[in-house]
Design a protein around this ligand. Structure first.
Ligand code: HCS
Length: 572
Protein backbone atom coordinates (compact mmCIF):
# COMPACT_ATOMS: atom_id res chain seq x y z
CA UNK A 1 0.00 0.00 0.00
CA UNK A 2 1.18 3.52 -0.80
CA UNK A 3 2.19 5.81 2.04
CA UNK A 4 -0.74 8.04 2.96
CA UNK A 5 0.84 11.34 1.90
CA UNK A 6 1.56 10.00 -1.55
CA UNK A 7 -1.84 8.36 -2.01
CA UNK A 8 -3.53 11.58 -0.92
CA UNK A 9 -1.97 13.47 -3.84
CA UNK A 10 -3.05 10.94 -6.41
CA UNK A 11 -6.76 10.64 -5.70
CA UNK A 12 -9.46 11.97 -3.47
CA UNK A 13 -9.43 10.09 -0.20
CA UNK A 14 -12.17 10.45 2.37
CA UNK A 15 -12.00 10.55 6.11
CA UNK A 16 -14.90 8.93 7.96
CA UNK A 17 -17.72 10.66 9.84
CA UNK A 18 -19.07 10.81 13.40
CA UNK A 19 -18.10 8.03 15.80
CA UNK A 20 -19.40 9.18 19.20
CA UNK A 21 -22.80 10.05 17.74
CA UNK A 22 -22.95 6.68 15.94
CA UNK A 23 -22.08 4.79 19.12
CA UNK A 24 -24.81 6.67 20.98
CA UNK A 25 -27.26 5.39 18.43
CA UNK A 26 -25.78 1.90 18.91
CA UNK A 27 -26.46 1.87 22.65
CA UNK A 28 -23.55 3.70 24.31
CA UNK A 29 -24.82 4.41 27.84
CA UNK A 30 -25.17 8.06 28.84
CA UNK A 31 -22.05 9.48 30.52
CA UNK A 32 -19.71 6.62 29.59
CA UNK A 33 -16.57 7.39 27.59
CA UNK A 34 -17.04 5.92 24.07
CA UNK A 35 -13.39 4.87 24.02
CA UNK A 36 -13.82 2.64 27.08
CA UNK A 37 -17.19 1.28 25.99
CA UNK A 38 -15.61 0.46 22.64
CA UNK A 39 -13.04 -1.78 24.33
CA UNK A 40 -15.84 -3.83 25.85
CA UNK A 41 -18.00 -3.70 22.72
CA UNK A 42 -15.58 -4.16 19.82
CA UNK A 43 -18.37 -5.45 17.57
CA UNK A 44 -20.23 -2.14 17.81
CA UNK A 45 -17.12 -0.10 17.00
CA UNK A 46 -16.06 -2.39 14.18
CA UNK A 47 -19.59 -2.15 12.80
CA UNK A 48 -19.30 1.64 12.56
CA UNK A 49 -15.85 1.43 10.94
CA UNK A 50 -17.15 -1.16 8.47
CA UNK A 51 -20.11 0.98 7.51
CA UNK A 52 -17.80 3.93 6.74
CA UNK A 53 -15.49 1.68 4.73
CA UNK A 54 -18.46 0.36 2.77
CA UNK A 55 -19.54 3.93 2.11
CA UNK A 56 -16.15 4.52 0.48
CA UNK A 57 -14.10 6.16 3.28
CA UNK A 58 -10.46 5.12 3.40
CA UNK A 59 -9.10 7.13 6.33
CA UNK A 60 -10.65 5.50 9.35
CA UNK A 61 -10.37 7.20 12.73
CA UNK A 62 -9.77 5.17 15.87
CA UNK A 63 -12.33 5.40 18.64
CA UNK A 64 -9.87 7.22 20.87
CA UNK A 65 -11.12 10.80 20.88
CA UNK A 66 -11.16 10.78 24.71
CA UNK A 67 -8.02 8.70 25.16
CA UNK A 68 -5.91 10.81 27.47
CA UNK A 69 -4.75 9.97 30.98
CA UNK A 70 -7.00 12.55 32.75
CA UNK A 71 -10.15 11.40 30.96
CA UNK A 72 -9.35 7.71 31.45
CA UNK A 73 -8.42 8.05 35.12
CA UNK A 74 -11.87 7.01 36.47
CA UNK A 75 -11.90 3.85 34.36
CA UNK A 76 -8.65 2.20 35.40
CA UNK A 77 -7.32 1.76 31.85
CA UNK A 78 -4.29 3.41 30.26
CA UNK A 79 -4.13 5.34 26.99
CA UNK A 80 -1.86 2.62 25.59
CA UNK A 81 -4.42 -0.10 26.30
CA UNK A 82 -7.27 1.86 24.73
CA UNK A 83 -5.25 2.90 21.68
CA UNK A 84 -3.99 -0.63 21.04
CA UNK A 85 -7.52 -2.05 21.16
CA UNK A 86 -8.86 0.80 18.99
CA UNK A 87 -6.26 0.36 16.24
CA UNK A 88 -7.03 -3.37 16.25
CA UNK A 89 -10.74 -2.58 15.82
CA UNK A 90 -10.05 -0.53 12.68
CA UNK A 91 -7.82 -3.26 11.22
CA UNK A 92 -10.43 -5.90 11.99
CA UNK A 93 -13.11 -3.84 10.25
CA UNK A 94 -10.87 -3.43 7.19
CA UNK A 95 -10.40 -7.20 7.06
CA UNK A 96 -14.13 -7.77 7.41
CA UNK A 97 -14.87 -5.30 4.62
CA UNK A 98 -12.10 -6.70 2.42
CA UNK A 99 -10.47 -3.25 2.22
CA UNK A 100 -6.74 -3.34 1.58
CA UNK A 101 -6.18 0.33 0.77
CA UNK A 102 -7.40 1.88 4.04
CA UNK A 103 -5.43 3.97 6.52
CA UNK A 104 -5.73 3.97 10.30
CA UNK A 105 -5.83 7.49 11.76
CA UNK A 106 -4.96 7.50 15.45
CA UNK A 107 -7.38 9.98 16.94
CA UNK A 108 -6.03 12.36 19.56
CA UNK A 109 -8.55 14.73 21.08
CA UNK A 110 -8.12 17.50 23.65
CA UNK A 111 -6.51 16.41 26.93
CA UNK A 112 -9.58 17.35 28.91
CA UNK A 113 -7.68 19.97 30.89
CA UNK A 114 -7.06 23.62 30.14
CA UNK A 115 -3.50 24.80 29.76
CA UNK A 116 -2.16 27.73 31.71
CA UNK A 117 -3.08 30.57 31.87
CA UNK A 118 -6.70 29.42 31.36
CA UNK A 119 -6.32 26.33 33.53
CA UNK A 120 -3.58 24.66 35.53
CA UNK A 121 -2.06 22.23 33.01
CA UNK A 122 1.59 23.01 32.40
CA UNK A 123 2.68 23.04 28.73
CA UNK A 124 5.31 20.33 29.15
CA UNK A 125 2.88 18.19 31.13
CA UNK A 126 0.49 18.46 28.18
CA UNK A 127 3.25 17.36 25.79
CA UNK A 128 3.84 14.39 28.11
CA UNK A 129 0.16 13.39 28.11
CA UNK A 130 -0.06 13.43 24.34
CA UNK A 131 3.30 11.68 23.97
CA UNK A 132 2.01 8.63 25.80
CA UNK A 133 -0.92 8.27 23.38
CA UNK A 134 1.24 8.93 20.31
CA UNK A 135 3.74 6.24 21.28
CA UNK A 136 0.94 3.74 21.79
CA UNK A 137 -0.54 4.64 18.39
CA UNK A 138 2.77 4.18 16.60
CA UNK A 139 3.41 0.90 18.39
CA UNK A 140 -0.06 -0.38 17.54
CA UNK A 141 0.60 0.29 13.85
CA UNK A 142 -1.45 3.40 13.06
CA UNK A 143 -0.79 5.05 9.68
CA UNK A 144 -1.07 8.65 10.82
CA UNK A 145 -1.84 10.81 13.83
CA UNK A 146 -5.06 12.85 13.64
CA UNK A 147 -5.14 15.55 16.30
CA UNK A 148 -8.66 16.90 16.25
CA UNK A 149 -11.25 19.23 17.80
CA UNK A 150 -8.60 21.44 19.37
CA UNK A 151 -9.91 24.81 20.51
CA UNK A 152 -6.65 26.18 21.90
CA UNK A 153 -3.57 26.70 19.70
CA UNK A 154 -1.28 26.16 22.69
CA UNK A 155 -2.73 22.72 23.34
CA UNK A 156 -2.51 22.01 19.61
CA UNK A 157 1.17 22.95 19.70
CA UNK A 158 1.75 20.59 22.64
CA UNK A 159 0.05 17.74 20.78
CA UNK A 160 1.94 18.37 17.52
CA UNK A 161 5.28 18.49 19.34
CA UNK A 162 4.41 15.24 21.11
CA UNK A 163 3.65 13.67 17.73
CA UNK A 164 6.83 15.01 16.13
CA UNK A 165 8.96 13.83 19.01
CA UNK A 166 7.49 10.36 19.42
CA UNK A 167 6.79 8.98 15.96
CA UNK A 168 7.53 9.39 12.27
CA UNK A 169 3.92 9.19 11.14
CA UNK A 170 2.22 11.90 9.08
CA UNK A 171 0.43 14.47 11.25
CA UNK A 172 -3.09 15.70 10.50
CA UNK A 173 -4.29 18.53 12.73
CA UNK A 174 -7.82 19.84 13.01
CA UNK A 175 -9.33 22.76 14.92
CA UNK A 176 -12.81 23.63 16.13
CA UNK A 177 -13.85 27.23 15.44
CA UNK A 178 -17.05 28.91 16.59
CA UNK A 179 -19.55 30.83 14.50
CA UNK A 180 -17.67 34.10 15.02
CA UNK A 181 -14.66 32.58 13.26
CA UNK A 182 -12.57 32.30 16.44
CA UNK A 183 -11.15 29.50 18.53
CA UNK A 184 -12.28 29.21 22.15
CA UNK A 185 -9.06 30.91 23.27
CA UNK A 186 -9.46 33.66 20.69
CA UNK A 187 -7.26 32.38 17.86
CA UNK A 188 -7.95 33.57 14.31
CA UNK A 189 -7.75 31.36 11.21
CA UNK A 190 -4.55 33.15 10.20
CA UNK A 191 -2.93 32.51 13.59
CA UNK A 192 -3.80 28.84 13.11
CA UNK A 193 -2.21 28.78 9.65
CA UNK A 194 0.96 30.41 10.99
CA UNK A 195 1.35 27.99 13.88
CA UNK A 196 0.51 24.78 12.03
CA UNK A 197 2.59 25.55 8.96
CA UNK A 198 5.45 26.60 11.20
CA UNK A 199 5.26 23.28 13.00
CA UNK A 200 5.19 21.55 9.63
CA UNK A 201 2.04 19.43 10.00
CA UNK A 202 1.21 17.53 6.83
CA UNK A 203 -2.48 18.41 6.58
CA UNK A 204 -4.65 20.64 8.72
CA UNK A 205 -8.14 21.99 8.80
CA UNK A 206 -11.45 22.08 10.59
CA UNK A 207 -13.77 19.65 12.29
CA UNK A 208 -16.80 19.67 14.59
CA UNK A 209 -18.69 22.59 16.13
CA UNK A 210 -20.32 23.82 12.93
CA UNK A 211 -22.05 22.50 9.86
CA UNK A 212 -20.66 22.95 6.33
CA UNK A 213 -22.46 26.26 5.76
CA UNK A 214 -21.21 27.88 8.97
CA UNK A 215 -17.71 26.49 8.46
CA UNK A 216 -17.36 27.82 4.94
CA UNK A 217 -16.00 31.32 5.75
CA UNK A 218 -13.32 30.00 8.11
CA UNK A 219 -12.35 27.30 5.63
CA UNK A 220 -12.10 29.87 2.87
CA UNK A 221 -9.87 32.00 5.13
CA UNK A 222 -7.52 29.05 5.71
CA UNK A 223 -7.39 28.35 1.99
CA UNK A 224 -6.44 31.95 1.17
CA UNK A 225 -3.41 31.86 3.49
CA UNK A 226 -2.07 28.37 3.46
CA UNK A 227 0.51 26.46 1.44
CA UNK A 228 -0.46 23.15 3.10
CA UNK A 229 -3.19 20.66 2.10
CA UNK A 230 -6.44 21.13 4.01
CA UNK A 231 -8.98 18.78 5.55
CA UNK A 232 -12.62 19.49 6.31
CA UNK A 233 -14.95 17.55 8.61
CA UNK A 234 -18.03 19.53 9.63
CA UNK A 235 -20.91 18.28 11.73
CA UNK A 236 -24.27 17.48 10.18
CA UNK A 237 -25.28 21.06 10.93
CA UNK A 238 -25.46 22.91 14.22
CA UNK A 239 -26.53 20.69 17.08
CA UNK A 240 -29.79 21.31 18.93
CA UNK A 241 -30.86 19.69 22.14
CA UNK A 242 -33.81 17.31 22.14
CA UNK A 243 -34.62 15.54 25.39
CA UNK A 244 -31.11 16.32 26.65
CA UNK A 245 -29.49 14.80 23.55
CA UNK A 246 -27.69 16.57 20.71
CA UNK A 247 -29.47 16.12 17.41
CA UNK A 248 -28.28 17.20 13.97
CA UNK A 249 -30.64 18.20 11.21
CA UNK A 250 -28.64 18.32 7.96
CA UNK A 251 -29.60 15.32 5.84
CA UNK A 252 -27.06 13.32 3.81
CA UNK A 253 -28.23 14.96 0.58
CA UNK A 254 -28.03 18.48 2.04
CA UNK A 255 -24.65 17.73 3.62
CA UNK A 256 -23.29 16.66 0.24
CA UNK A 257 -24.80 19.72 -1.47
CA UNK A 258 -23.31 22.10 1.10
CA UNK A 259 -19.90 20.45 0.94
CA UNK A 260 -19.60 20.50 -2.85
CA UNK A 261 -18.55 24.17 -3.17
CA UNK A 262 -15.85 23.61 -0.53
CA UNK A 263 -14.39 20.49 -2.13
CA UNK A 264 -12.13 22.31 -4.63
CA UNK A 265 -10.18 23.70 -1.64
CA UNK A 266 -10.05 20.47 0.39
CA UNK A 267 -7.60 17.63 -0.06
CA UNK A 268 -9.37 15.45 2.51
CA UNK A 269 -13.10 15.53 3.17
CA UNK A 270 -15.08 13.75 5.84
CA UNK A 271 -17.62 14.37 8.57
CA UNK A 272 -17.89 14.84 12.30
CA UNK A 273 -20.66 14.67 14.91
CA UNK A 274 -24.06 13.71 13.55
CA UNK A 275 -22.74 12.54 10.19
CA UNK A 276 -23.36 8.89 9.33
CA UNK A 277 -22.20 6.47 6.66
CA UNK A 278 -25.13 7.75 4.57
CA UNK A 279 -23.77 11.31 4.82
CA UNK A 280 -20.35 10.09 3.71
CA UNK A 281 -21.77 8.04 0.85
CA UNK A 282 -23.66 11.09 -0.42
CA UNK A 283 -20.59 13.29 0.05
CA UNK A 284 -18.38 10.91 -1.91
CA UNK A 285 -20.88 10.68 -4.73
CA UNK A 286 -21.20 14.46 -4.92
CA UNK A 287 -17.51 15.31 -4.81
CA UNK A 288 -15.39 12.48 -6.17
CA UNK A 289 -15.34 14.01 -9.64
CA UNK A 290 -13.98 17.32 -8.33
CA UNK A 291 -10.23 17.58 -9.01
CA UNK A 292 -7.89 17.77 -6.03
CA UNK A 293 -6.76 21.30 -5.24
CA UNK A 294 -3.43 22.56 -6.49
CA UNK A 295 -1.82 23.72 -3.26
CA UNK A 296 -0.65 27.32 -3.69
CA UNK A 297 2.79 28.31 -2.41
CA UNK A 298 2.45 31.79 -0.91
CA UNK A 299 5.30 34.25 -0.39
CA UNK A 300 3.89 35.93 2.70
CA UNK A 301 5.62 35.23 6.00
CA UNK A 302 3.16 34.82 8.87
CA UNK A 303 4.22 35.40 12.47
CA UNK A 304 1.73 34.77 15.25
CA UNK A 305 0.75 34.93 18.88
CA UNK A 306 -1.91 32.79 20.56
CA UNK A 307 -4.62 34.83 18.88
CA UNK A 308 -3.45 36.83 15.87
CA UNK A 309 -1.01 36.79 12.98
CA UNK A 310 1.16 39.52 11.52
CA UNK A 311 1.85 39.20 7.80
CA UNK A 312 5.15 40.22 6.24
CA UNK A 313 4.18 40.33 2.61
CA UNK A 314 7.36 41.87 1.23
CA UNK A 315 5.53 45.12 0.51
CA UNK A 316 4.09 46.62 3.67
CA UNK A 317 6.72 46.94 6.43
CA UNK A 318 6.09 46.12 10.09
CA UNK A 319 7.50 47.54 13.31
CA UNK A 320 9.43 45.29 15.69
CA UNK A 321 9.69 47.02 19.07
CA UNK A 322 13.27 46.88 20.39
CA UNK A 323 12.76 48.11 23.95
CA UNK A 324 12.94 44.77 25.78
CA UNK A 325 16.71 44.46 25.47
CA UNK A 326 18.96 45.20 28.44
CA UNK A 327 21.92 46.47 26.41
CA UNK A 328 22.62 49.95 27.73
CA UNK A 329 19.40 50.04 29.80
CA UNK A 330 20.20 50.15 33.52
CA UNK A 331 16.60 49.95 34.73
CA UNK A 332 15.77 46.92 32.61
CA UNK A 333 18.99 45.23 33.72
CA UNK A 334 18.03 45.69 37.35
CA UNK A 335 14.48 44.52 36.68
CA UNK A 336 15.70 41.34 34.98
CA UNK A 337 18.22 40.60 37.71
CA UNK A 338 15.56 41.09 40.39
CA UNK A 339 12.86 39.21 38.48
CA UNK A 340 10.71 42.36 38.33
CA UNK A 341 8.33 41.37 35.53
CA UNK A 342 6.24 44.48 36.15
CA UNK A 343 8.87 46.68 34.54
CA UNK A 344 9.14 44.41 31.49
CA UNK A 345 5.37 44.32 31.07
CA UNK A 346 5.30 48.10 31.26
CA UNK A 347 7.54 48.15 28.18
CA UNK A 348 5.16 45.71 26.50
CA UNK A 349 2.14 47.94 27.04
CA UNK A 350 3.92 51.13 26.02
CA UNK A 351 5.27 49.67 22.79
CA UNK A 352 1.92 48.14 21.93
CA UNK A 353 0.23 51.47 22.56
CA UNK A 354 2.83 53.19 20.37
CA UNK A 355 1.96 50.95 17.41
CA UNK A 356 4.49 48.08 17.42
CA UNK A 357 3.38 44.97 15.54
CA UNK A 358 5.91 42.54 16.97
CA UNK A 359 8.00 42.78 20.17
CA UNK A 360 11.64 41.78 20.37
CA UNK A 361 12.52 39.99 23.63
CA UNK A 362 16.16 39.87 24.64
CA UNK A 363 17.24 39.21 28.24
CA UNK A 364 20.94 38.55 27.67
CA UNK A 365 22.93 39.64 30.72
CA UNK A 366 26.16 38.19 32.09
CA UNK A 367 25.53 35.80 34.96
CA UNK A 368 21.81 35.41 34.24
CA UNK A 369 20.32 31.94 33.63
CA UNK A 370 19.21 32.90 30.15
CA UNK A 371 17.17 29.80 29.23
CA UNK A 372 15.12 30.17 32.41
CA UNK A 373 14.76 33.96 32.33
CA UNK A 374 13.93 34.17 28.62
CA UNK A 375 11.28 31.46 29.01
CA UNK A 376 9.73 33.12 32.06
CA UNK A 377 9.74 36.49 30.34
CA UNK A 378 8.12 35.10 27.20
CA UNK A 379 5.47 33.35 29.28
CA UNK A 380 4.72 36.50 31.24
CA UNK A 381 4.53 38.65 28.09
CA UNK A 382 2.29 36.27 26.14
CA UNK A 383 -0.21 36.33 29.00
CA UNK A 384 -0.77 40.06 28.60
CA UNK A 385 -0.48 40.80 24.89
CA UNK A 386 -1.71 39.45 21.60
CA UNK A 387 1.35 40.86 19.80
CA UNK A 388 3.66 38.21 18.34
CA UNK A 389 7.22 38.09 19.70
CA UNK A 390 10.72 38.02 18.26
CA UNK A 391 12.91 35.72 20.37
CA UNK A 392 16.30 37.36 20.49
CA UNK A 393 19.21 35.44 21.96
CA UNK A 394 22.58 34.09 20.92
CA UNK A 395 22.24 31.25 23.42
CA UNK A 396 20.86 28.16 21.61
CA UNK A 397 19.59 26.56 24.82
CA UNK A 398 17.67 29.73 25.66
CA UNK A 399 16.32 29.85 22.10
CA UNK A 400 15.04 26.29 22.26
CA UNK A 401 13.51 26.71 25.71
CA UNK A 402 11.68 29.86 24.60
CA UNK A 403 10.63 28.37 21.25
CA UNK A 404 9.00 25.45 23.03
CA UNK A 405 6.98 27.61 25.38
CA UNK A 406 6.09 30.33 22.93
CA UNK A 407 2.38 30.25 22.18
CA UNK A 408 2.50 30.89 18.43
CA UNK A 409 5.05 31.24 15.66
CA UNK A 410 7.73 33.80 16.53
CA UNK A 411 10.49 35.57 14.72
CA UNK A 412 13.80 33.93 15.56
CA UNK A 413 16.67 36.38 15.98
CA UNK A 414 18.99 35.04 14.69
CA UNK A 415 21.12 32.72 12.58
CA UNK A 416 24.35 33.76 10.85
CA UNK A 417 26.77 32.27 8.34
CA UNK A 418 28.93 30.51 10.93
CA UNK A 419 28.74 26.73 10.71
CA UNK A 420 27.93 26.40 14.40
CA UNK A 421 25.05 28.82 14.12
CA UNK A 422 23.63 27.10 11.02
CA UNK A 423 23.88 23.72 12.67
CA UNK A 424 22.13 24.72 15.87
CA UNK A 425 19.53 27.27 14.76
CA UNK A 426 18.19 25.82 11.49
CA UNK A 427 17.04 22.54 13.12
CA UNK A 428 15.26 24.55 15.84
CA UNK A 429 13.38 26.60 13.23
CA UNK A 430 12.52 23.45 11.31
CA UNK A 431 11.11 21.84 14.43
CA UNK A 432 9.25 24.72 16.09
CA UNK A 433 8.61 27.11 13.20
CA UNK A 434 9.57 30.75 13.02
CA UNK A 435 10.48 33.55 10.69
CA UNK A 436 14.26 33.59 10.74
CA UNK A 437 16.44 36.68 10.88
CA UNK A 438 19.65 35.90 8.96
CA UNK A 439 22.67 38.01 9.93
CA UNK A 440 25.15 38.57 7.12
CA UNK A 441 28.29 37.74 9.09
CA UNK A 442 30.41 34.63 9.47
CA UNK A 443 33.70 33.44 10.96
CA UNK A 444 35.56 36.10 9.01
CA UNK A 445 33.42 38.83 10.56
CA UNK A 446 31.22 41.30 8.72
CA UNK A 447 32.15 41.78 5.06
CA UNK A 448 32.91 45.38 4.17
CA UNK A 449 30.87 45.34 0.97
CA UNK A 450 27.38 44.30 -0.03
CA UNK A 451 28.65 41.55 -2.30
CA UNK A 452 30.30 39.78 0.65
CA UNK A 453 27.20 40.12 2.81
CA UNK A 454 25.00 38.79 0.02
CA UNK A 455 27.24 35.76 -0.39
CA UNK A 456 26.64 34.91 3.27
CA UNK A 457 22.91 35.52 2.89
CA UNK A 458 22.83 33.20 -0.10
CA UNK A 459 24.62 30.48 1.81
CA UNK A 460 22.11 30.73 4.67
CA UNK A 461 19.18 30.61 2.23
CA UNK A 462 20.59 27.51 0.57
CA UNK A 463 21.15 25.73 3.86
CA UNK A 464 17.70 26.67 5.16
CA UNK A 465 15.98 25.44 2.00
CA UNK A 466 17.95 22.21 2.10
CA UNK A 467 16.46 21.62 5.56
CA UNK A 468 12.95 22.27 4.29
CA UNK A 469 12.62 25.83 5.59
CA UNK A 470 10.95 27.80 2.79
CA UNK A 471 12.53 31.00 1.54
CA UNK A 472 9.47 33.03 2.53
CA UNK A 473 10.41 32.40 6.17
CA UNK A 474 13.76 34.19 5.89
CA UNK A 475 14.61 37.83 6.63
CA UNK A 476 18.08 38.91 5.64
CA UNK A 477 19.63 41.47 7.96
CA UNK A 478 22.24 43.57 6.11
CA UNK A 479 23.67 44.76 9.46
CA UNK A 480 23.54 48.41 10.36
CA UNK A 481 27.01 49.79 11.19
CA UNK A 482 27.65 53.21 12.73
CA UNK A 483 28.05 55.73 9.94
CA UNK A 484 30.55 57.53 12.17
CA UNK A 485 32.95 54.62 11.64
CA UNK A 486 32.92 54.74 7.85
CA UNK A 487 31.36 56.96 5.24
CA UNK A 488 30.08 54.00 3.20
CA UNK A 489 28.55 52.07 6.07
CA UNK A 490 24.95 53.11 5.55
CA UNK A 491 25.20 52.66 1.78
CA UNK A 492 26.56 49.13 2.08
CA UNK A 493 23.74 48.12 4.43
CA UNK A 494 21.11 49.58 2.13
CA UNK A 495 22.59 47.93 -0.95
CA UNK A 496 22.65 44.57 0.84
CA UNK A 497 19.04 45.03 1.77
CA UNK A 498 17.87 45.94 -1.72
CA UNK A 499 19.85 43.22 -3.45
CA UNK A 500 18.86 40.53 -0.94
CA UNK A 501 15.29 41.24 -1.80
CA UNK A 502 15.80 41.50 -5.53
CA UNK A 503 18.35 38.75 -6.08
CA UNK A 504 17.43 36.27 -3.37
CA UNK A 505 13.70 36.91 -3.08
CA UNK A 506 13.80 37.02 0.72
CA UNK A 507 12.34 39.43 3.28
CA UNK A 508 14.61 41.85 5.11
CA UNK A 509 15.12 43.04 8.67
CA UNK A 510 17.31 45.71 10.20
CA UNK A 511 18.07 47.14 13.61
CA UNK A 512 17.95 50.74 12.47
CA UNK A 513 19.33 52.95 15.21
CA UNK A 514 22.86 51.54 15.33
CA UNK A 515 23.55 53.81 12.36
CA UNK A 516 23.84 56.86 14.62
CA UNK A 517 25.97 55.27 17.35
CA UNK A 518 28.64 57.66 18.62
CA UNK A 519 27.10 60.76 17.04
CA UNK A 520 24.99 63.61 18.42
CA UNK A 521 21.38 64.27 17.35
CA UNK A 522 20.90 60.56 16.83
CA UNK A 523 17.21 60.75 16.08
CA UNK A 524 17.81 62.83 12.93
CA UNK A 525 20.12 60.22 11.46
CA UNK A 526 17.94 57.35 12.60
CA UNK A 527 14.86 58.85 11.04
CA UNK A 528 16.45 59.51 7.65
CA UNK A 529 18.22 56.16 7.52
CA UNK A 530 14.95 54.47 8.43
CA UNK A 531 13.14 56.14 5.52
CA UNK A 532 15.96 55.23 3.14
CA UNK A 533 15.82 51.60 4.31
CA UNK A 534 12.06 51.48 3.89
CA UNK A 535 12.50 52.77 0.37
CA UNK A 536 14.99 49.95 -0.35
CA UNK A 537 12.45 47.36 0.80
CA UNK A 538 12.89 46.92 4.57
CA UNK A 539 10.20 44.51 5.83
CA UNK A 540 10.89 44.17 9.55
CA UNK A 541 12.11 47.39 11.15
CA UNK A 542 13.60 46.86 14.59
CA UNK A 543 13.16 50.29 16.15
CA UNK A 544 12.01 52.10 19.27
CA UNK A 545 8.28 52.55 18.66
CA UNK A 546 8.14 55.04 21.52
CA UNK A 547 10.10 57.48 19.37
CA UNK A 548 7.61 59.78 17.72
CA UNK A 549 10.22 60.70 15.10
CA UNK A 550 10.59 57.07 14.04
CA UNK A 551 6.90 56.24 14.07
CA UNK A 552 6.26 59.49 12.23
CA UNK A 553 8.73 58.47 9.54
CA UNK A 554 7.04 55.09 9.31
CA UNK A 555 3.55 56.53 8.96
CA UNK A 556 4.74 59.13 6.46
CA UNK A 557 6.50 56.46 4.38
CA UNK A 558 3.40 54.27 4.27
CA UNK A 559 1.27 57.21 3.16
CA UNK A 560 3.77 58.26 0.47
CA UNK A 561 4.36 54.71 -0.76
CA UNK A 562 0.67 54.14 -1.38
CA UNK A 563 0.36 51.68 1.50
CA UNK A 564 -2.09 53.74 3.54
CA UNK A 565 -5.29 54.18 1.60
CA UNK A 566 -6.59 57.74 1.98
CA UNK A 567 -3.82 58.36 4.56
CA UNK A 568 -6.07 57.05 7.32
CA UNK A 569 -3.32 55.60 9.49
CA UNK A 570 -1.22 58.71 8.92
CA UNK A 571 -3.98 60.93 10.26
CA UNK A 572 -4.73 58.83 13.38
N1 HCS B 1 -13.88 11.59 15.96
C1 HCS B 1 -14.71 12.03 17.06
C2 HCS B 1 -14.72 13.52 17.10
C3 HCS B 1 -15.61 14.12 18.07
S1 HCS B 1 -15.59 15.86 18.04
C4 HCS B 1 -16.10 11.50 16.89
O1 HCS B 1 -16.72 11.13 17.88
O2 HCS B 1 -16.55 11.43 15.76
Amino acid sequence: MKPLLQAMKERRLYLDGGMGSMLQAAGLPEGLLPDVWGMENPQAVQGVHRAYLEAGCRLITTNTFGTSAPKLAPYGVTPAQVMTAAVANVRAAMDQAGVTDGYVCADIGPSGKLLRPYGDLDFEAAVGLFAETVRAAAQAGADCILIETMSDLYEMKAAVLAAKENCDLPILASLIFDETGKLLTGGSPRAAVALLEGLGVDVFGLNCGLGPKEMAPVFQALWEDTSTPLLLQPNAGLPRSEGGKAVYDVSPADYARQMRPLAPMATLLGGCCGTTPDHLRALIQATQDIPLPEIPQWDTLLISSYCQAVALDGRDPVIIGERINPTGKKKLQTALREGDMGYVLGEVFQQEEAGAHILDVNVGLPGLDEPAVLTQTVEAIQEVTGLPLQLDTSNPAAMEAALRRYNGKPLVNSVNGKEESLETILPLVKKYGGGLVCLTLDDEGIPADAQGRLAIAEKIVRRAEAMGIPRRELLVDGLTMPVSAGGDNAKVTLETLRRAKEELGVKTALGVSNVSFGLPKREQLNQSFFTMALEQGLDGAIINPKSEAMMGAYRAYRALAGLDDQCQAYME
